[in-house]
Ligand binder design. Structure first.
Ligand code: ATP
Length: 238
């Protein structure tokens, strides 16, 4: 069953049409990736889903509800949580306080500590550093914190905008490993990525976005094996 269903989405910035009528869906339990080069419209599509941008037209359904006209805060309460591009953690606050702020929308306050412990077992480095000021963490640790913070709201769907951006290959591998574990714990994942190889290796299914249009879709493996994808997105020759 589709947890997220997007139909004929169009988004503009003034006269610039960034998303030109795309449709995609994410079924419960899946990891789905949207890949594409710089400027393809990935972040715009994600912001429209998270309701940070208002689409010109199209329909967005989440968990069986038409959320096209919902404000962002209401969608968080329905169970959608976003890790923005560039992480945007609270640099001046301690690691633990960043995590607790991630749970602001929860009504079941008593269960915070359970989720906090789950996050610490998934990301042991955050437990070690719980009293450290977040801005002093390395880039990879900050990305882990951003993912863990988004998980604190106990989402059904986790949205990740370029989780590999600016990270060394070692951290990229770790972050993708953690996304897989989060998915195995029952959370559905939708990510946008320029790092096509990593994203397609992780994803059950993926969509390829080019200048605001979906030009290809398939399983991660089908797209990894696709000659055109290999040439255009994985830097391989004929
Ligand atoms: P990147 O990986 O570089 O973030 P992207 O695939 O996420 O790329 P978007 O950031 O969604 O692409 O941008 C899609 C198009 O919309 C680009 O042509 C971009 O220049 C344009 N765009 C993005 N944000 C704005 C804005 N605030 N105002 C005007 N144009 C914008």
């Amino acid at each position: 069953m589709a947890l997220l269903n997007v139909e004929n989405l169009q988004v503009s910035y003034g006269l610039i049409k960034a998303i030109k009528g795309i449709s995609f869906h994410v079924d419960e339990g899946e990891i789905v990736a949207l890949i594409g080069t710089n400027g393809a419209g990935k972040t715009t599509a994600m912001h429209a889903v998270a309701k940070l941008l208002t689409p010109d037209s199209g329909k967005i359904e989440f968990a069986g509800t038409d959320v096209t006209k919902y404000p962002a805060h209401k969608i968080v309460r329905l169970g959608m949580s976003q890790v923005p591009e560039g992480r945007r953690i609270f640099q001046e606050l301690k690691v633990k306080d960043n995590l607790l702020l991630g749970a602001f929308s929860r009504k079941d306050k008593a269960e915070f500590s359970g989720t906090l412990e789950e996050m610490y077992s998934l990301f042991p480095i955050l437990k070690e550093r719980e009293n450290q000021i977040a801005g002093t963490l390395s880039g990879g640790e900050q990305q882990m914190l951003a993912v863990a913070r988004a998980m604190m709201s106990h989402p059904k769907l986790l949205l990740l905008d370029e989780p590999s951006m600016g990270l060394s290959p070692l951290y990229v591998g770790q972050i993708f490993g953690m996304i897989k574990k989060i998915n195995e714990s029952g959370v559905t994942v939708f990510l946008v990525e320029q790092n096509a190889k990593q994203a397609l290796s992780l994803a059950d299914r993926a969509y390829v976005l080019e200048t605001g249009n979906v030009i290809l879709e398939g399983t991660g493996k089908e797209l990894l094996d696709d000659k055109n994808v290999r040439k255009a997105y994985l830097g391989e020759g004929e």
